[in-house]
Design a protein around this ligand. Structure first.
Ligand code: SF4
Length: 279
């Protein structure tokens, strides 16, 4: 674990669910035999993004809502390096949602881990598109008036190749989920229910421990039903996986029979003549 530990101090609130997710990702990487120099870890903007200060490795902290697109680019450029992207529900289900749509349907070979805490924690508790209607938030003290997006129904509507759900209170299960997600060839969507005791008063650690139960992978329709219906209990585990689906890169005719990587094919081009023409 020490290989992945950074000496920077964690700035998360006491009791934040991010601590459990940080432990699980470190364990997953170690159990997969991946050293910090063998993996690319990308972060969106949000409380979870502060993990980029506390986890050793090749790290890229991108713009708000853009972590999936930058990670997909890296995964296409060098498929030899596993790419893991972390994002929050605030960024990835608002301005970043278009990137999520196309990453799922393209089946880029990368792992996306959603820190689903039901609000914008970093900017002090505004409602996200996953906050339940009527919840009293900092910027909506009388209760939110908008219908929440059903993230699991949305993801399943895009015909994903891998969908999992975990929560920060079961680190051993989450470690196994993350290992399966990183190992999967294609776009792995991992929804991690994360307690935010500072701003989210409707999903506590106790609530998650009581509601979550473990499942085995299911067929598409059963998994979708189990993932969407959280009224009584919340299904967790690798819910659905299609191991036969080719990745985006595997399907490109133009790349067939080519052994080099895009990252090796970048060349310096002299544009001075072009610049001179228009100067
Ligand atoms: Fe964690 Fe919430 Fe504090 Fe952010 S605001 S560090 S998500 S507890």
């Amino acid at each position: 674990m020490k290989d992945y530990n950074c000496k920077n101090q964690c700035t998360w609130c006491d009791g934040c669910g991010n601590y459990g997710i940080l432990t699980a990702i470190k364990r997953a990487l170690i159990e997969l035999g991946l050293a910090p120099h063998q993996v690319l870890i990308c972060f969106d903007v949000g409380c979870h993004g502060n993990m980029s200060d506390t986890l050793v490795g090749y790290r890229f902290h991108g713009l708000h809502g853009r972590v999936i697109s930058l990670s997909a680019g890296a995964a296409l450029a060098n498929p030899d390096v596993p790419v893991i992207a972390f994002g929050g529900d605030g960024a990835c289900f608002s301005e970043g949602v278009g990137h999520l749509v196309h990453a799922i349907r393209s089946n880029y070979n990368m792992t996306f881990i959603l820190h689903n805490n039901g609000n914008y924690g970093l900017t002090t508790g505004q409602a996200s598109s996953l906050t339940p209607r009527g919840e009293k938030m900092d910027m909506a003290p009388l209760g939110t008036v908008e219908e929440p997006l059903n993230s699991m129904d949305f993801v399943f509507s895009l015909n994903p190749s891998f969908v999992a759900r975990g929560f920060n209170g079961n680190i051993s299960q989450l470690t196994n989920i993350l290992k399966s997600a990183i190992y999967h060839q294609g776009f792995s969507y991992v929804d991690v229910l994360q307690a935010c005791p500072t701003y989210n008063k409707f999903v506590s650690h106790e609530y998650l421990l009581e509601k979550c139960y473990e499942c085995e992978p299911m067929n598409f329709e059963t998994a979708r039903k189990a993932a969407v219906d959280t009224s009584e209990k919340i299904a967790t585990g690798v819910l659905y996986q299609d191991k036969t689906r080719p990745t985006f890169l595997d399907q490109l005719e133009a790349r067939k029979g080519i052994d080099s990587r895009l990252v090796d094919e970048v060349k310096k081009v002299d544009v001075s003549a072009l610049l001179a023409k228009f100067s």
